[in-house]
Design a protein. Structure first.
Length: 396
């Protein structure tokens, strides 16, 4: 479909706003405008899909038909730039002029919300414009308040300045776990009366398929998936793996690290020299990621801090025995379907990895619990809860 100009000249519009006919008292039909919710589509311009972007994409896809059935249109508002191919059937309004994404979010997005006649804005990726009061925002965790040193100082400063102000101004704030909610309240980011916990979903279409995916590596391997940042605790994990190799344990296995670094983090990159039998594959496509999950002997995730923890649940979808940190959010999400370790202790990580790789009864028990645990966290369930909240906000 060819793009058409928006009414103000400030946006390019793809698709057309729907209208529904309504019978008048005399039997004549008049056109009634649907209610609409604008989505802060800053995530559409991200070149790599990480957990936060996955949350926004999957929830938008699940919300579109659900809200449309209630006469509520979802309109995605995006900065100027190349967008990924979308097959959701959503109306997308894109700014005509290129502006830095943070400037676009604070200065241009409020005007776009008004120009499309939206009744509400949902910002699903932590930040939103301070200039829009009728807004629901998802703040995924309190990491920049708990450990600001893990981030680039400019990024941490921006988030620490904006998030509390945004939370006070917005109608509602969503977060991914009760652990994250406690941190947001404790650090004064969100007033408790505005905060609602909605668990994220998880899903790979081929996770339970009978189709055998191609092997990514010929050797057996343990897998970890994360962005390369300090809180993922990869330094201790690599130290534990080095010790395991020095002991002569797991001689046939490799440790595969999937993930890439980003400018917003302060450190965390793996460096040029990796320990023996460690393979860092960087950022991979969704199809490649399925293959790595599918063939892994086990999954390891000794993170220091999480708001939710999507990768362990992704591994559980493939029924993988999983080792995670003994921290509140992962206890909440993984329940009894994971083995736990002290993320600050290399010795404890070593013990957990060796148990996970060699104790067949433990592996079988965790594998049997994994898929059922992950199956609870669906995008449809998350979308229904988000839909209920935005309905309330629309009617407020």
């Amino acid at each position: 479909m060819l793009p058409a100009r928006g009414v103000t000249g400030s946006a390019t519009i793809y698709g057309a706003r729907s209208k529904t006919p309504k019978k008048g008292d005399s039997g004549s039909t008049e056109t009634v405008q649907l209610r609409s919710i604008a989505v802060n589509g800053r995530f559409l311009c991200e070149t790599r899909v990480t957990g936060v972007q996955r949350y926004a994409i999957e929830l938008c896809k699940a919300l579109l038909p659900r809200l449309a059935g209630e006469g509520i249109e979802l309109v995605l508002l995006a900065p100027k730039g190349k967008l990924p191919p979308l097959d959701w059937g959503a109306r997308i309004v894109q700014a005509d002029r290129a502006v830095h994404v943070y400037g676009w979010e604070q200065l241009v997005l409020p005007r776009m919300v008004r120009s499309v006649g939206a009744d509400l804005l949902w910002s699903p990726c932590n930040l939103g414009p301070l200039g829009v009061a009728r807004q629901v925002v998802t703040i995924h965790d309190a990491s920049v308040f708990v450990h600001p040193e893990w981030f680039d100082w400019r990024f941490a400063l921006l988030y620490r300045l904006l998030l509390p102000r945004l939370a006070r101004r917005a109608l509602r704030v969503l977060t991914d776990s009760h652990s994250s909610a406690r941190d947001l309240v404790r650090h004064g980011v969100v007033p408790p009366g505005k905060l609602t916990v909605v668990y994220s979903g998880v899903g790979f279409p081929q996770a339970r398929s009978s189709t055998v995916l191609p092997r990514p590596l010929p050797e057996p391997y343990l897998l970890t998936v994360s962005s390369l940042e300090p809180r993922k605790n990869l330094t201790r994990l690599l130290g534990a793996w080095t010790r395991i190799q020095a002991l002569g344990a797991l001689p046939e296995h490799r440790l595969v690290v999937v993930g890439a670094s980003a400018r917003v983090f302060s450190g965390g990159a793996l460096g040029d020299t990796l320990p023996p039998k460690v393979i860092a594959v960087g950022y991979v496509s969704e199809e490649e990621l399925r293959r790595y999950y599918y063939w892994a002997d086990a999954f390891v995730y000794p993170s220091l801090y999480e708001g939710f923890g999507l990768p362990p649940l992704e591994a559980m979808l493939f029924a993988k025995p999983t080792l995670v940190s003994d921290i509140a959010s992962l206890r909440e999400v993984c329940g009894d379907a994971a083995l736990y370790c002290d993320p600050l202790s290399v010795e404890d990580i070593i013990g957990g990895v060796l148990r996970l790789a060699t104790e067949e009864a433990l592996r079988a028990r965790l594998s049997s619990l994994a898929a059922a645990r992950a199956a609870y966290f669906t995008w449809d369930r998350a979308a229904e809860e988000v839909a209920s909240i935005v309905r309330q906000a629309l009617d407020s």
